[in-house]
Design a protein around this ligand. Sequence first.
Ligand code: OGA
Ligand code: NI
Length: 360
Amino acid sequence: MSYEKPPTVLSLIRAQSPLCAVLFTNQKKMDMQRVQDLAFGGLKELPEQFIRPAHERPENSKAMEGVSVPVISLSQPHDVLVKQVALACQEWGFFLVTDHGLSPSLIQRLQEVGQEFFRLPQEEKEAYANDAATGKFEGYGTKMTKNSDEKVEWLDYFFHFMSPPSKVNYGIWPKNHPAYREVTEEYNKEMVRITDELLELQSEGLGLEGNVLKSSLRDEEMEVEMKINMYPPCPQPQLALGVEPHTDMSALTLLVPNDVPGLQVSKDGNWIAVDYFPNALFVHVGDQIEVLSNGKYKSVLHRSLVNKERTRMSWAVFIAPPLEATIGPLPQLVNDENPPKYSTKTYAEYRYRKFNKLPQ
Ligand code: OGA
Ligand code: NI
């Protein structure tokens, strides 16, 4: 799969004249600089805002060799699964799932319709631009720097809700591919099915009834969001990051990448590279499950690297409570010996604090 495309007139002008680039970039919002456009505009050196501080650079924080993440086959007996999932959630906050019943052809179709969006001419993609400043989080986006010493990620993305139906805004879904909606709706159903199974296993692993975590996420009101991450080839990948180290604020994240590796998870202070594993689902425990479990399950710190020659893509599905849900350590897990380690608050409040880097 190739993302080479003929340069646009604008990108040719930019490549030739840095001054023009500045003028064009500041001219109007429509012309926000996208990483994909920058990458395919003949860039030889990484612009300054993408160069990470020395300690964060992949060249200075290499992954540990010889360790691999847990892989769990869902075809095993239920009691074995409860133990394996609980152990992986406690020790890693991350695991791969196989034999999940999600068909390889559905994953392939999901990837095709998403790849096709990013192949659209830049002007067409801009029609979907998000605008976080006005609360429009859905759509096509690129993180921008707020100030000159803040670094940005080598990434463009597309974000939208998939569920519950009341939150879905089909108007913002990519319309370039006639099958985008059908494929994505089918994928959403599968994500909900697999999430239900994982939440049940996780609940039982905490010694609770199988339905406890799902009901804490408000059952059918639970939100399912799609984020398509697009990491174009990067001229100096050893100096950049695709996504910087973070934990996901959601309850769970279910991700499928394309075949270009790049994800790393942190375990006991070391980065561990996650190899490509065809058709496996990459499961991340997010902050809300860590809080509900009162810290028994870990929200995994992770980051992604970029590649010099190839475009990396990933489809991250975030499972989250609705904004008005109140999330705190489950009362069943708290007593005099195990006091609550986290405060209880609405997911809206949690999200506000996370976005603004305030203490929780
Ligand atoms: C994310 C994320 C990692 C990846 O989107 O939150 O961590 O592998 N992505 O793309
Ligand atoms: Ni993440």
